[in-house]
Design a binder for this molecule. Structure first.
Ligand SMILES: [Zn+2]
Length: 204
């Protein structure tokens, strides 16, 4: 198949034989290596929110999240981001603490859950995933909406888990309203929110 970034047809080469499945990935290895990680940390309500891409750099790729290749594109971006994250943090500190990852509204829409794909990639090392732990009752869409709109239309999350320590996962951060609301809900139920992971930051 064609690489969705460079449009070149990919053929299995000798290097790839160990990983023949790569042939079916939507992005070729060269383009995968060239996707730029632009790490950023925002501090909102006392927690660090780690992001790895600028929205404008990957909008073409993220835009495909509703396409049939969407889950594989998100997986590729998440894999690269999680490798960066674990290489730049001392994960041995986290190994003793049982830390659960919870993804914002990871219910299945258009064939797969976007945030669950990201959560899975970030739970390959020291963290444990808890799928379906944080569901939104209000199916409001925030894309292109003002901060005032976001604040006056909360997502109304439901969270009933009893984990001591969690981190929150989302795909995009814009104003931070969603993460703030999720954090409040989770903390109200007695869990401690250590940090948040989002794939990309929409603030330029
Ligand atoms: Zn390519």
């Amino acid at each position: 198949m064609k690489c969705i970034l460079c449009s070149r047809f990919k053929f299995i080469d000798l290097e790839n034989l160990k990983k023949p499945l790569l042939f079916f990935e939507p992005v070729c290895q060269k383009c995968f290596r060239n996707i730029k990680i632009t790490p950023r940390v925002r501090v909102i309500d006392g927690i660090s929110i780690y992001s790895f891409y600028r929205y404008e750099d990957i909008s073409m790729l993220i835009g495909s999240k509703y396409s049939i290749f969407g889950s594989r594109v998100l997986k590729i971006l998440s894999k690269k981001a999680s490798e960066y994250f674990f290489n730049s943090h001392n994960i041995s500190l986290w190994e003793q603490a049982k830390i659960y990852g919870i993804a914002i509204d990871d219910c299945v829409r258009s064939h797969y859950s976007h945030t669950a794909v990201i959560l899975r990639e970030f739970c390959k090392h020291s963290f444990r995933p808890s799928y379906g732990a944080l569901k939104a009752k209000n199916m409001v869409h925030y894309a292109g909406k003002s901060l005032l709109y976001r604040q006056s239309n909360p997502r109304n999350f439901i969270y009933t888990k009893k984990f001591d320590n969690v981190f929150i996962v989302d795909d995009i951060i814009t104003t931070g309203t969603t993460i703030k609301e999720a954090k409040k809900t989770v903390e109200k139920n007695g869990s401690n929110v250590l940090f948040a992971i989002v794939l990309c930051d929409a603030k330029s």
